[in-house]
Design a protein around this ligand. Structure first.
Ligand code: H79
Length: 444
């Protein structure tokens, strides 16, 4: 091997890690209202993710886990897929019902698909007819209707917007997905596609008043393309300085991004195989999770997680300081699956009693462990015992000065012993709660 000077190795390494996109909105300084919204976001802790589109009609096409990806997974040609909007008629869509359900369930914000990878706009887009108002018999702007109701009831609305687009002719060269869709265009003007996307984002940020933010997805389809992120992020922050931008690109946040998300993973875990980044210390975190194995409506996917499992994931997530964005895929008639409503209400019931230990908290002093997690609010630390048989619970490496230690549910005292390494709590079997045994430590 030829001799390569050390500084060129450094440059080669840096070039390998930093793509053009890494520079994004270089020099971005979040506006005052953006920072306020980040605090609001951190306090909110719990959102509802909504995957709704013309794919919902297909109900997963008979396969578990397939829904909003059906165009790709079943190689449906564009010309055939374009028939779907003609069948989309969600006559039972009642935004007031959605939002009051959300409120009763203790959910603070909704993130809904304005456009998924199939390229179909679920709102009144002027730049393309491939949208719910122009292409469906329903003919109404469900996003606008939902936003109006959210404003009425004080729930924030975020837009999930796919950068990947299997439908648009200028999404070219193609990325790593969608090659089976045989009638995609074989040439195209990439910059025209980015202009199109920026126009749609402008519509979303000017037609509906103030929104919570934009949840980007799909950049991983073409990680090395010139996405002109700096331009897109500046545009969003100019139109709405308070809007929080996040992108599910499976990398550490780029400049201009206001939160970091983890798909189906607690921060720092990599059970999906693509979340192998670090955890940002700079911006708020959010994890998203499905109730079964599908994001969009899937008629046969009964692989539901229990209410207990979902609550415990939410609590562990809060233990990392991360929000929990729980997904539902509404049915093509516009209703949310009754099973999903039941689950959301059961979680809501738990939150009604124990919400204090989740809402408004930040990550606790002890990182989530096998036994549970901790959250903190001022001088109150909540110890969430999630997985324990009762008896002593040693928390190593934590030596707080305690004023009191009480069981959340009945206010009785918790026996605490101090050791050199930490503290030992006694959690008698009869004090164990099914979902989460919360212990409230008040610090001196
Ligand atoms: O909207 C939902 C899904 O439709 C979307 N994100 C959530 C919120 C999603 N798209 N893909 N995935 C979820 C997981 C699949 C990732 C893969 Fe790949 C894309 C596997 C192969 C291509 C990215 C690139 C991860 C590995 C390589």
């Amino acid at each position: 091997m030829k001799f390569i000077p050390t500084n060129s190795i450094v440059i080669i390494l840096i070039a390998g890690f930093l793509s053009i996109n890494s520079f994004a909105q270089e020099g971005y300084v979040p506006a005052e209202e953006n920072l306020e919204n980040r605090e609001w976001f951190l306090d909110a802790k719990y959102g509802l993710f909504v995957h709704w589109g013309v794919y919902s009609i297909m109900g997963g096409g008979g396969d578990q886990g397939i829904a909003e990806w059906i165009m790709e997974r079943k190689s449906i040609p564009i010309v055939q897929y374009e028939k779907l909007p003609g069948f989309f008629n969600p006559v039972d869509f009642d935004p007031a019902q959605w939002v009051s359900m959300v409120k009763r369930a203790g959910i603070k914000y909704i993130t809904i698909t304005s456009k998924h990878h199939d390229g179909f706009a679920m709102y009144d887009s002027k730049i393309s007819d491939y949208n719910i108002v122009d292409a469906t018999p329903y003919g109404k702007d469900v996003i606008g209707m939902l936003k109006e109701e959210c404003d009425k009831q004080g729930v924030k609305l975020f837009f999930y917007h796919s950068q990947l687009d299997w439908h648009h002719p200028d999404y070219f060269p193609h990325g790593r997905t969608g090659e089976g869709i045989r009638d995609r265009s074989q040439s195209g003007d990439w910059n025209a596609y980015i202009d199109y996307m920026n126009t749609q984002l402008t519509e979303l940020l000017t037609q509906y008043g103030e929104v919570g933010g934009i949840w980007f997805d799909g950049m991983w389809d073409k990680p090395d393309a010139e996405w002109r992120l700096g331009e897109t992020y500046s545009l969003i922050h100019e139109l709405q300085p308070g809007a929080l931008i996040g992108s599910n690109h499976h990398k550490m946040p780029y400049p201009g991004e206001d939160f970091m998300m983890f798909e189906r993973d607690l921060p720092g875990e990599n059970s999906m195989g693509f979340n192998n980044t670090g955890i940002s210390e700079e911006v708020p975190l959010e994890m998203c999770e499905t109730m079964n194995g599908s994001w969009g409506f899937n008629i046969i996917d009964q692989n539901y997680k229990s209410v207990k499992a979902l609550i415990q994931t939410m609590v562990r997530s809060a233990g990392y300081g991360a929000n929990f964005l729980l997904n539902t895929g509404p049915m093509p008639n516009g209703q949310i699956q009754p099973e999903n409503v039941d689950t959301l209400m059961a979680i809501g019931q738990w939150l009604e009693l124990h919400g204090e230990s989740v809402y408004g908290t930040r990550k606790g002093p002890v990182k989530p462990q096998e036994w549970g997690a901790t959250t903190q609010k001022g001088n109150t630390v909540y110890v969430h015992v999630l997985n324990h048989d009762g008896g002593t619970l040693e928390i190593a490496g934590y030596t707080p000065k305690l004023k009191s230690a009480l069981f959340f549910d009945d206010g009785s005292e918790v026996d605490v012993k101090k050791t050199k390494e930490g503290i030992i709590l006694t959690v008698p079997k009869e004090k164990l709660q099914d979902m989460d045994t919360v212990i409230v430590l008040t610090l001196k």
